[in-house]
Design a protein around this ligand. Structure first.
Ligand SMILES: Nc1ncnc2c1ncn2[C@@H]1O[C@H](COP(=O)(O)OP(=O)(O)O)[C@@H](O)[C@H]1O
Ligand SMILES: [Mg+2]
Length: 471
C-alpha cells in the first residue's frame, strides 16, 4: 500500500491512484467549506413512525431520491444526506448545491423571451435523459415544471429537482391539494388524481412548448377557481395552440430577420415529439421517459443525417449547375475571343501594353460605310464630269461671233459649263476675222450681211443647247 502523507492543511490524502511517468496522482479530500442546498419540510416530525403522515411523506421522498441517486445521472439532483433538525424536528434533505437560475427564470429579462432552437434541443435531450433515468428505477416525478428544473451555470447542464410529489401514493395525491403540481403543466389525468409515467411525459411536452414559445399552451389568467378550472378544462379538451405561430409571435425584438427566419425552422421531429407528448390520452403518448429519450436520440441523429445528406445533395446540385454555367460561358467567351482576334487582324489593331488596350495604327482612319460610299460616289461623279469636259471639246462653228468670256467663267472648275472652250473661241475669232476680211471685198458684201445674221442666230441656239446639255 502506498505511503499516506499530508499534502497541505485542509487537503487530506486518501492514497495514490496511479503512478505515471511524470509523478503520481492521489485521491484527495478537501476539508474546506462545501456548499449544499438543504430542503426543510415545513411539518415537524415528532415520531418516526409509519403512523405519522408527514414522516411517511418525508421518508418516501428520501427513499425515491436515494433510488434515483443509486446510479448517478448528470441531470438529476444529487442527495447528500437527510434527517430531522435538532431544533424544531423538521425533516430536511441535503442536496448538491446547483449554482444557477431555475429554468423559468431563463425566459425572463434580461434573457430572451424564447429559447434558441439549439438550446431547446439541448434541454429536450437532457431532460428526457433525466426522465428516462427516473422511470427506469420506477420513480415518477409528478411535478415536472419549469421551476423544478435548474440550470447549472457551472456545467451548463439542466438538473431535475424537487421529487416532493414523487413520494405520494395515488390515493394520497388524489386527496392532497397542497401537493398538486403546477396546474399549467399537469396532464389531463392528473386532475383525476392519477399519476402515470405518461403524466411526466405530458409535463415535459409543456416545458418544451413553453421554451419554444415563451409561454405554456394554456396559461393561468387569474388566481380564482374559475381560471384554474379553465386551464384544467383546456388540458382535457382544447387543442394545443399552434406552436409555430406562437413562436413567431414571441420572437425577441433584438433578433434580426435572418436569425428569426433561422429560429423559425423548428425541426419536424421536435414538433412531432412535442405533439406526441401533449396527447390528451396517456396511451397515445410515449409510455415513459425511456421511449421518449430513445425517440429523441434516434430522431435527432436521423434528422442530422437527413439534414447532412440533404445538405450535401443540395450543395452538389448547386455546384453542378455552377460548373455547367461556367462551361457554357467559357465556350461563349472562346467564341467571342476568336471573333475578336479576327477583328484585330482585319483592322490591324494590336495590343498596346502601356495603354493596356488594343489600338489601331495611326496611319489608318476609321470612317463609316455611309461616308465612304458618299466619298466614292462624289469622286466618280467628279471623274466622269472631268473626263467629259476634257474629251468632248466642241469646236465652235465658224460663224460664231467672238464673245467676251467673263473671268468668272475661267474660274469655274473644269466640269462646269463654259460658253465655249478656249480653242474653239480662238478658232471662231480667227474665222470671224477671215470673214470680215472677205466681206471687205465689195462683191460679196451684199451676201455676207444676211449670212452673218443667220450665223449669229445659229450660234446663239448652239450656246443654249450646250448649256442645257450639261445640266
Ligand atoms: N439543489 C438545489 N440547489 C440550488 N437551489 C435549489 C436546489 N433545490 C431547490 N432549489 C431552489 O429552491 C426552490 C424550491 O425547491 P423545490 O425542491 O422545488 O421545493 P418546492 O417543493 O417548494 O417546490 C427551487 O425552485 C430552486 O430555486
Ligand atoms: Mg418545486
Amino acid at each position: 500500500m502506498s505511503k499516506v502523507f499530508t499534502i497541505t492543511e485542509g487537503l487530506e490524502n486518501l492514497g495514490a491512484l496511479r503512478t505515471g511517468g511524470q509523478g503520481s496522482v492521489y485521491k484527495g479530500r478537501r476539508m474546506g467549506p462545501m456548499l449544499t442546498a438543504v430542503k426543510l419540510l415545513p411539518t415537524p416530525i415528532y415520531a418516526e413512525s409509519e403512523e405519522d403522515k408527514n414522516y411517511l411523506n418525508f421518508r418516501n421522498e428520501v427513499v425515491k431520491l436515494r433510488k434515483v441517486n443509486e446510479e448517478p445521472n448528470p441531470n438529476v439532483v444529487k442527495i447528500l444526506s437527510s434527517g430531522i433538525t435538532e431544533s424544531g424536528s423538521l425533516p430536511y434533505i441535503e442536496m448538491e448545491y446547483i449554482d444557477g437560475p431555475d429554468l423559468c427564470d431563463l425566459l425572463q429579462q434580461p434573457n430572451d423571451k424564447v429559447f434558441t432552437l439549439k438550446e431547446v434541443i439541448r434541454l429536450a435531450y437532457q431532460l428526457a435523459g433525466a426522465l428516462a433515468h427516473c422511470h427506469k428505477v420506477g420513480v415518477k416525478h409528478g411535478d415536472i415544471k419549469s421551476n423544478n428544473v435548474k440550470y447549472n451555470a457551472g456545467t451548463g447542464n439542466y438538473i431535475l429537482i424537487d421529487f416532493g410529489l414523487a413520494v405520494l401514493t395515488d390515493e394520497e395525491r388524489r386527496t392532497s391539494i397542497r401537493h398538486a403540481g403546477a396546474i399549467e403543466f399537469m396532464a389531463p389525468e392528473q386532475h383525476d388524481g392519477l399519476m402515470l409515467p405518461q403524466s411526466d411525459v405530458y409535463s415535459y411536452g409543456i416545458i418544451l412548448y413553453e421554451m419554444l414559445t415563451g409561454n405554456v399552451p394554456f396559461p393561468l389568467t387569474g388566481n380564482g377557481e374559475t381560471a384554474r378550472n379553465n386551464v384544467r378544462l383546456a388540458h382535457i379538451e382544447s387543442p394545443v395552440p399552434d406552436l409555430r405561430i406562437a413562436r413567431a409571435n414571441a420572437m425577441p425584438a433584438n433578433w434580426n430577420n435572418e436569425k428569426r427566419e433561422q429560429e423559425m425552422q423548428v425541426p419536424h421531429w421536435l414538433l412531432a415529439v412535442i405533439n406526441k407528448c401533449l396527447q390528451k390520452r396517456p396511451e397515445n403518448r410515449y409510455p415513459s421517459g425511456v421511449e421518449l429519450y430513445e425517440d429523441i436520440v434516434s430522431n435527432s441523429f436521423a434528422a442530422d443525417t437527413k439534414v447532412n445528406n440533404a445538405a450535401l445533395l443540395a450543395e452538389n446540385e448547386r455546384l453542378q449547375t455552377l460548373v455547367d454555367k461556367l462551361e457554357k460561358s467559357e465556350a461563349e467567351k472562346n467564341k467571342e475571343l476568336t471573333a475578336f482576334q479576327n477583328l484585330t487582324q482585319q483592322t490591324a489593331a494590336y495590343y498596346d501594353p502601356q495603354k493596356g488596350m488594343y489600338v489601331r495604327p495611326k496611319s489608318l482612319m476609321l470612317i463609316s460605310r455611309g461616308t465612304f460610299t458618299t466619298v466614292v460616289i462624289a469622286a466618280l461623279v467628279f471623274m466622269a464630269l472631268f473626263s467629259y469636259s476634257f474629251f468632248c471639246k466642241k469646236s465652235a462653228p465658224e460663224s460664231i461671233v467672238p464673245v467676251y468670256v467673263k473671268p468668272a467663267d475661267f474660274m469655274k472648275p473644269p466640269f462646269m459649263g463654259r460658253a465655249y472652250n478656249y480653242d474653239s473661241v480662238i478658232k471662231a475669232q480667227q474665222a470671224a476675222i477671215l470673214k470680215k476680211k472677205a466681206a471687205l471685198k465689195p462683191k460679196k458684201a451684199a451676201t455676207v450681211a444676211p449670212a452673218k445674221g443667220k450665223q449669229e442666230e445659229k450660234a446663239k441656239k448652239k450656246k443654249r443647247k450646250k448649256f442645257l446639255g450639261i445640266f
